[in-house]
Design a protein around this ligand. Structure first.
Ligand code: 5GP
Length: 123
């Protein structure tokens, strides 16, 4: 897409369209949620906007409904998965320093055990 030079749509667009299979947990007009292919925790779900937005740095005001929906869908899935009472972590990585590997905004929902400290401290 010429709007975002250097970025291209990713495999997540094909998961959203159903072209590539995934374990789909939720889909509506704004967002899609599916299990991470390589789970880091007993529950590891990715919640993505249906619209391709490469990174949080590309978000516009018009994207606020989708970003808000990502949170309410995370809450619903956490309850469905039975992890809401003990708690969980939501993570959105951004670009290289944030360790983002797939250039389509995605929120990680991680739980089912203690996630541990937020960061590995370098100092
Ligand atoms: P990031 O490091 O970009 O924040 O996280 C990317 C996540 O996408 C990783 O946790 C990775 O396991 C997951 N992932 C990459 N490719 C696929 C795929 O084809 N299907 C699914 N379900 N998850 C994927």
């Amino acid at each position: 897409m010429s709007d975002y030079p250097g970025y291209e749509e990713t495999i997540f667009s094909k998961i959203i369209s159903g072209e590539i299979p995934s374990t789909l947990l939720h889909q509506d007009d704004l967002v899609t949620a599916f299990r991470d292919i390589n789970p880091a925790m007993p529950t590891h779900v990715l919640i993505v906007p249906n619209k391709w937005i490469p990174t949080i740095d590309h978000v516009e005001t018009e994207d606020e409904p989708a970003l808000g929906r990502m949170i309410t869908v995370a809450r619903k899935i956490a309850r469905d998965e039975g992890i809401a009472e003990d708690g969980y972590r939501l993570i959105i990585n951004c670009k290289e320093h944030g360790h983002q590997e797939v250039m389509h905004i995605h929120m990680h929902l991680l739980g089912g055990d203690r996630v541990g400290p937020m960061l590995i401290r370098k100092k």
